[in-house]
Write a protein that binds this ligand. Structure first.
Ligand SMILES: NC(=O)c1ccc[n+]([C@@H]2O[C@H](COP(=O)([O-])OP(=O)(O)OC[C@H]3O[C@@H](n4cnc5c(N)ncnc54)[C@H](O)[C@@H]3O)[C@@H](O)[C@H]2O)c1
Length: 419
């Protein structure tokens, strides 16, 4: 959007409460409820979030969720948020196939939208979401995507170090997001069904590290050179409602008597792992790997970037630390430095505890909720927040990698980002 188009947008409301509506009450529903509930405790916000209404599917569960997590009302009809005047921003925390229909309806109703990642299950849905976001933007309605790892202080610091030129020219990006919960005992959750999830480890995990690589380097991927997609576990046990309330590895497998037509298992229609190689616009080369079967790697969101003047490494399993190699030092002094990113000079850290007191998983979400409130109030975020346009670039890389794996060819990004 041009500067003059932005100038024509209606002025944002800069004070007063900001009514939030949430759709989804499980893993991300809980993470985001914490975030909206705590943002104004840790950050000074001109517009403080108010937990107005939560939408789920099961009436008793949603009512209990609202009481537990501090929401004023509960509904089993998410569309009621569209006409709820107390709700100004809707948080979409549902499975990927629902992102487009929910986000677009909310934008058309004039609500800001904070949507979970990946932006959508499919590139076609993602395009529709971008078009809706562009139309909404002209009316001052904004979009956000929960790429929460940008707000780990160590990742935000890496972004700043690159921006300050401390890595110099970047040669390598080496990113992997490895988990190991997707073994044969894990049932056929929505995460293993392509009509609900779009893809498997790829959209779930590669989406995060593509976003982190783009965010830290400030550069864009121009080509996926090659890729491998693999589904190791072809069949998984049914659960009662595989698109329903079960989530993560704790899902219960029900007795075979309650399963559809006596069948015990169904086909997994997504990848368990995707690896790909890519090129960045400014010349860096990159590798990405996502897996749910990388035994021994529990939540290993890893990125290493090597530049002419220095390198950084981040591993989410040690999320408070950034490893830094300063190549400008006298060779006898060079070595990996472990920076504990808890000092007041580190991004976000001063909002939490005194120096040297680490933070946890939920703090990335709290920081994102706070930044979102600041931007809705016409201010700015501490480090850039992804909107639908931004998340669409990540979606295009996801799609390019899948095409590259399936068609066994390099895929230039310009093939995908046309409307
Ligand atoms: N940012 C992150 O790190 C992160 C982590 C996990 C999941 N996610 C993303 O968050 C989204 C949700 O994932 P999750 O792990 O919370 O899934 P989940 O299965 O734990 O929860 C999904 C929720 O959506 C609700 N839901 C489904 N259909 C609905 C409907 N029609 N109306 C209202 N509610 C409905 C379910 O009832 C459930 O409460 C996904 O897009 C996922 O990719 C992001």
């Amino acid at each position: 959007m041009s500067k003059s188009d932005r100038a024509k947008e209606p002025r944002p409301q800069t004070s007063g409460p900001l009514g939030i509506g949430l759709i989804g009450t499980k893993f991300m529903g809980r993470a985001h409820s914490t975030a909206w509930g705590k943002a104004a405790q840790f950050f000074d916000l001109k517009r403080q979030p108010v937990l107005q209404a939560v939408a789920g599917r099961n009436s008793d569960e949603t009512t209990a969720f609202a009481a537990k997590w501090g929401w004023s009302s509960a509904t089993t009809n998410w569309k009621s948020l569209l006409t709820n005047d107390a709700v100004e921003l809707v948080d979409v925390s549902t499975p990927n196939h629902l992102h487009a229909q929910m986000a677009i309806a909310c934008l058309e109703a004039g609500k800001h939208v904070a949507c979970e990642k990946p932006l959508a299950g499919t590139l076609a849905d993602a395009k529709l979401m971008v078009l809706a976001a562009r139309a909404a933007r002209k009316k001052g309605v904004q979009t956000f995507v929960w790429f929460n790892y940008r707000r780990c202080p160590a990742v935000a610091l890496a972004h700043r170090l690159v921006k300050e030129g401390r890595l110099g020219r970047i040669f390598h990006v080496r990113a992997s997001y490895l988990q190991d919960w997707g073994g044969p005992d894990t049932p056929l959750l929505w995460r293993f069904q392509s009509d609900l999830a779009g893809s498997g480890a790829h959209g779930d995990l590669n989406a995060h590290i593509i976003d982190m690589a783009r965010f830290i380097t400030g550069d864009e991927i121009t080509e996926v050179v090659g890729a491998i997609e693999e589904t190791f576990i072809k069949e998984r046990e049914f659960i009662a409602h595989s698109a329903d309330e079960a989530s993560g590895k704790g899902a219960k497998v029900l007795k075979s008597s309650s399963l559809p037509s006596g069948k015990k298992s169904g086909k997994s229609t997504v990848d368990d792992a995707v690896l790909f190689l890519a090129r960045f616009k400014q010349g860096a080369i990159a590798s990405f790997e996502a897996s749910r079967l990388a035994t021994g790697n529990q939540n290993r969101n890893n990125i290493e970037i090597n530049g002419e003047k220095g390198s950084i490494k981040f591993d989410f399993e040690r999320m408070n630390e950034l490893q830094w190699w300063d190549h400008t030092l006298d060779p006898k002094l060079r070595g990996w430095n472990r920076i504990m990113c808890t000092d007041a000079t580190h991004p976000y850290a001063s909002h939490y505890w005194p120096a040297a007191h680490p933070i946890g998983y939920e703090h990335g979400f709290i920081s994102q909720a706070a930044d979102t409130c600041a931007v809705v109030a016409g201010g700015s975020s501490i480090v850039p927040l992804p909107d639908f346009e931004d998340a669409f670039k990540t979606q295009c890389v996801l799609e390019a990698a899948l095409r590259s794996a399936r068609e066994r060819r390099p895929v230039p990004l310009r093939e995908l980002d046309k409307f």
